[in-house]
Design a protein. Structure first.
Length: 460
């Protein structure tokens, strides 16, 4: 293993190194079983409901959001008896973009974990849709790529056709396909597949869900949110089919950024013909997504979006299936599957030790601990995860200016590693746990505690 890490480091000196652990057979299997035909059929079916506006909650059997969610619910139910399927309803008062009181219903399918069931991994998309009609008139569809704005006439918009195939039947199709494939197998951690409602009226379903999860003290390790992953040709005809953008919140070692790095590495390992390209910001300019309420609550969350957004048809009646590419969406689903399955099989991420454990400074956090006895080495210490299925730990390192980990060294079951002669001030270091099948945890980075702000007292 040590030699492998060395070879990887030598072959990819510019930070291209993928994960050290060997490919896991179950992860490979799950990735290979993602079906582009099923994903295409789901996107088409959701588009055929005509609109999935949150205000289209009628009893029509094949039209509107209620019919759509009933269909999603029944599909979830049909995949496996081990999927715990439920509606998550909320009665939301009239406010901002919500012109009347409305019931929003998330559709949730839970695959309980075996040995680490308290840890949750969420795969999400939103099944509601929106066509924006401005106050100027029903024919004046606003197609600038922005979401609902003050110029929108909410009542007219509620009645407009809104097939929403790329936004976001595509993300919902990813969620449903992963639920179908993954529910045939068992994973250590709990997988939660969610089709959110009310994204288009202000991230409402996801905000209510995330706030409650925080209140309940849920341990959500990752949120993989898919929104606009249905097409690979832009409105001006340019195509970008070989990659998906993965957005993650600053700063450089936030838990969301470590998740994004993880997604990029598993994509290299399990979906080599496709790339996860990271964008180092939480989302596109003045646009929102359902990962954000989770990130705001301290959970790690990323957003998957095509680099080829068709801004001319988003939020119009023209976001239709003929512009979709199920083959593209299937690749995005494979990256999601690789990330979710790897994480769900991986040991817990190690807890990096920044605390002095003995003496008068016991309990204090100190960066000096990481300088080692010599004061001129970088030393990383972590707590042993104490789990049976553990091959060992790998430490990682990069310069502070580098986006990705550049060195990776497998250190076995050690709980301390010294980067000799390297100054902790000039690099970022971290550690991850790897199980016997090669599944890797997220990296726990060593992050300095913020400089304490103390008011300076002046002589009066
Ligand atoms: Zn969307």
């Amino acid at each position: 293993m040590k030699y492998l890490a060395l070879i990887v480091a030598l072959c990819f000196p510019f930070g291209l190194a993928a994960q050290t652990g060997k490919p896991d057979l179950l992860v490979q299997k799950v990735v290979s079983e993602v079906s582009k035909d099923r994903i295409g059929a789901t996107m088409k079916r959701l588009g055929d409901f005509g609109t999935r506006s949150v205000f289209s909650d009628t009893d029509e059997p094949n039209h509107g959001i209620k019919a759509a969610r009933t269909w999603i619910y029944n599909e979830f139910k049909s995949y496996s008896p081990r999927l715990e399927v439920s509606y998550d309803p909320w009665k939301v008062k009239k406010q901002t973009r919500i012109f009347r009181d409305v019931e929003l219903v998330n559709v949730v399918a839970v695959l309980p974990g075996t040995t680490q069931p308290e840890k949750r991994i969420i795969i999400s998309g939103h099944y509601d849709s929106l066509a924006i009609v401005t106050r100027a008139g029903a024919a004046d569809f606003r197609a600038n790529g922005d979401g609902a704005t003050d110029a929108m006439d909410p009542e007219k918009s509620a009645l407009a056709p809104a097939p929403g195939v790329s936004d976001d039947a595509s993300g919902t199709a990813v969620v449903m396909e992963l639920a179908r494939v993954m529910s045939q197998y068992k994973f250590e951690k709990t997988l939660v597949f969610v089709a959110f409602a009310g994204e288009e009226v202000g991230l409402v379903g996801s905000t209510l869900y995330a706030d409650r999860a925080k209140e309940q003290g849920q341990k959500i390790e990752a949120v993989l949110n898919n929104d606009i992953v249905g097409n690979d040709v832009m409105g001006d005809g340019r195509a970008q089919s070989g990659l998906v953008r993965v957005f993650s919140e600053e700063p450089a070692d936030s838990n969301s950024r470590e998740l994004a790095r993880y997604v990029r590495e598993v994509a290299m390992k399990y979906v080599p013909a496709f790339r996860a390209d990271l964008v180092f910001r939480n989302d596109r300019f003045s646009r929102g997504g359902d990962h954000t309420p989770f990130v705001a609550n301290g959970f790690a969350g990323v957003r998957f979006t095509t680099p080829a957004e068709n801004l001319g048809v988003q939020h119009t009646p023209n976001d239709t299936f003929d512009k979709a590419s199920p083959a593209y969406t299937a690749n995005v689903a494979k990256v999601n599957a690789a990330a979710a399955a790897s994480l769900a099989l991986a040991p817990p991420a190690p807890e990096v030790n920044r605390e002095i454990t003995t003496g008068v400074n016991k309990g204090k956090q100190t960066p000096n601990l990481a300088r080692g006895k010599s004061l001129y080495d970088a030393v990383l210490r972590w707590k042993d995860a104490n789990v049976e299925d553990l091959a060992g730990y790998a430490v990682v390192m990069r310069p502070t200016t580098a986006p990705f980990w550049e060195r990776e060294i497998f250190v076995g079951k050690a709980t301390e590693y010294t980067f000799e002669g390297l100054s902790i001030d000039d690099i970022v270091i971290g550690v991850k746990a790897i199980d016997k099948d090669g599944n890797e945890s997220l990296v726990s980075p060593y992050i300095a505690t913020p400089y304490p702000r103390r008011p300076i007292e002046l002589v009066q």
